[in-house]
Ligand binder design. Structure first.
Ligand code: CO
Length: 673
């Protein structure tokens, strides 16, 4: 038996007392941010993090990622939670382990570049509320977009982790753009910016194990700054990639608790801990403590979210990622958008168009927000382009990108597309080459003024600046000006039990046998659902005595990577796998100043929604004259803003929706007479 093996065996047999490794791999846990963001659309609530928070603090993680990415957006938009409050709450339970957040550089936690005053103030407030490590990335790997936030991070004496987004144009590392030299150069740039650590951010799970070995080894030879690897499981390579990275000397690795691991999330921590026991990279973690955390998550937390898990496929691996080099989240967004347009059969056209759009846009990495920018534009091209015209509907964000507002692309943008996109662009037709933050006017004072009636608190002002429409809605709820709809309420274990009971009954065929003789009269809030169980079909009516409907219909936002079927909050059938033939529920009724049918009847030409989405704003009012092609309304779909032009010249005679309203495809947005 080799000495090395003896040491390992000893450690395994008496692992409670195993000696500390010479160079332990440090682990950051992502369960409370990227874990639930990847698996159930960031819907995890703070109250469901508390039961495990203290236990997680005992493990010895290098850091716990608790914030950033989509949490800020989702919390205020879908959970009616104040994102800032989550930090303060969790800090009461997690006292030893540093907090980490994902920060989108000058994009902060939104989808565009914000002005310097916003970026600086955001970091300051996050630090004040307990943030320790700022994992900062830029979708274009243009580190000029780090300058402002890094100044703030350093001023607050916090940890600046600089990310390099890992991207490919070929199936493996190499080619003209994303080769080893590219990453080494980027690491050197981060060293110059005084990064405290460097993260290779493999958001799509593209990194192959031997590429990881080569890359990490080269980085370790280039710099003394600790190297951190963030690799999603999506394609199935990540556990192998982790192991090769460990062999190459990586310092820190990201994992999730096993119940929040795999699929589009990350490898689990437990197998890694076990794999390294007795080696010189042993994490030193206690697997029993990890197991205890999993028990709580499985029993008390995950039942509330299982209806959000995408169980449409048996395989937990998405080999489309290997085929198309695109992030899993982006793929599910594309699929959802096409499905809502009844155009899912065109997915192959989208796959074929995507590399072309990406090349036209400067071969940019695909990560939020560029994945949405490229994805939405690709879908627009497939759906709206014809033989006569390319890029017929260019999103506002593609225009911004062409202008240089996101920064410098990896290779130049197609000059033909750039010219077309900037025709009539409000900032000018000549693209900029400077740091984008330099051309952005300060935003905070204006925002402060706009919501002073609601709040003057800086955290509220920042929230509103980042998310003017949904942020304002949330602040109205927060200050009791409006009652939040039931759809924003949490799903309780009680709800889950009810749903499971009905499902069990339906499965046993008992749901239809109930005697109707002593059934109470149906209340006005009775809702009827079709339940499909394999080949069988049941109609289920649900009515809560006492009036309040327990089921409310919530329109899933067009832009979210959500389960395909509209979401039934607290709905008994939500746990059932929807049959493909399940009829779509009716679109939610919208309070509109003029009823849709009335407007459609009005003499004139309707401007209809080409896709489902949310109204951002109308630039015209009733009575305004418009020329054909004038922008009339901005529609947000898949987080991208689409400016819809007037189909004819004339006068606006009806406007049917207001800012913040959700609209379905073909809804009449306004009528021109
Ligand atoms: Co991630």
């Amino acid at each position: 038996m080799s000495d090395h093996f003896k040491v390992q065996m000893q450690a395994i047999n008496d692992y409670d007392n195993r000696p500390k490794a010479a160079n332990p791999v440090q682990i950051q846990d992502l369960t409370l941010r990227d874990g639930h963001q990847s698996l159930f659309a960031t819907r995890g609530r703070t109250e469901d993090m508390i039961p495990v928070a203290e236990m997680m603090d005992e493990i010895g993680f290098w850091g716990v990622e608790v914030w950033g990415g989509a949490t800020f957006d989702t919390m205020h938009r879908f959970l009616n939670e104040d994102p800032w409050q989550r930090l303060r709450t969790l800090k009461r339970y997690i006292k030893k382990t540093p907090f980490s957040m994902l920060l989108r550089g000058q994009n902060v936690v939104g989808y565009r570049n914000y002005a310097d005053d916003v970026a600086y103030a955001f970091v300051e407030k996050a630090a004040e509320n307990g943030m320790d490590v700022f994992r900062t990335f830029d979708a274009l790997n243009d580190f000029r977009n780090f300058e402002t936030v890094v100044r703030a991070i350093k001023d607050c004496d916090k940890h600046f982790q600089g990310c390099i987004c890992y991207s490919l144009t070929e199936p493996r590392m190499g080619g003209d753009v994303y080769n080893l030299d590219y990453y080494i150069k980027k690491a050197k740039d981060l060293e110059k910016m005084k990064a405290d650590s460097i993260c290779i951010k493999d958001m799509a799970g593209l990194m192959a194990p031997y590429d990881a070995f080569e890359l990490i080894k080269a980085l370790k030879e280039t710099t003394d700054i600790p190297i951190h690897l963030h690799s999603h499981f999506t394609s199935g390579m990540a556990p192998m990639t982790h192991l090769k990275a460990v062999e190459a000397g990586v310092d820190i690795i990201d994992t999730c608790m096993s119940s929040y691991a795999y699929r589009t999330s990350h490898p689990a921590v437990e197998p890694l801990v076990m794999s390294l026991i007795g080696t010189n990279r042993d994490t030193g973690f206690d697997i029993k403590k990890l197991a205890d955390i999993n028990v709580v998550l499985e029993k008390e937390v995950l039942p509330k979210y299982k209806h959000l898990l995408d169980d449409s496929k048996v395989s937990i691996i998405d080999i489309n990622v290997l085929l198309h080099q695109t992030p899993g989240g982006m793929l599910s967004n594309l699929v959802n958008q096409l499905r809502e347009m009844d155009a899912l059969d065109r997915i192959d056209e989208v796959f074929a168009e995507l590399p072309r759009v990406r090349r036209d846009l400067g071969q940019i990495p695909l990560v939020t927000p560029t994945s949405q920018i490229v994805g939405t534009q690709t879908v627009n091209n497939v759906l709206f382009d014809d033989d006569d015209e390319d890029y017929k509907m260019i999103t506002a964000q593609v225009k911004d990108l062409c202008y240089g507002l996101y920064g410098k692309t990896a290779v130049p943008i197609s000059s033909k597309l750039q010219k077309k996109a900037l025709k009539g662009y409000e900032r000018g037709t000549k693209p900029i080459t400077c740091r984008p933050g330099e051309v952005l006017e300060p935003e905070l004072e204006k925002a402060k003024e706009e919501i002073k009636a609601l709040s003057s608190d800086m955290e509220d002002v920042i929230l509103y600046t980042l998310y003017p429409v949904t942020g304002k809605k949330f602040l109205n709820y927060k200050y009791g000006k409006e009652t939040p709809p039931d759809s924003l309420k949490a799903r309780t274990l009680e709800d889950v039990k009810k749903a499971d009971k009905i499902l069990a009954k339906a499965k046993a065929g008992k749901l239809v046998e109930k005697s109707l003789a002593d059934a109470p009269e149906k209340g006005e809030n009775t809702r009827t659902f079709n339940v499909f169980i394999e080949d069988e079909y049941f109609e289920v009516s649900v009515d809560e005595p006492g009036g309040q409907p327990i089921i409310t219909y919530a329109q899933p936002p067009a832009e979210q990577a959500m389960p395909a079927q509209p979401q039934m909050q607290a709905a008994p059938i939500a746990a059932a796998r929807p049959a493909p033939s399940a009829p779509k529920p009716p679109a939610p009724k919208k309070a509109a100043p003029v009823s849709k049918s009335a407007a459609a009847d009005a003499e004139g030409t309707p401007l209809t929604a080409p896709m489902p989405g949310m109204i951002v704003s109308y630039s015209k009012s009733v009575g305004d004259a418009v020329e054909k092609g004038d922008p009339v309304v901005v529609l947000e779909a898949m987080k991208m803003e689409n400016s819809l032009p007037a189909p004819v010249s004339g006068t606006i005679i009806a406007i049917n929706f207001a800012s913040g309203d959700s609209v379905a495809k073909n809804d009449v947005l306004c009528v021109i007479g």
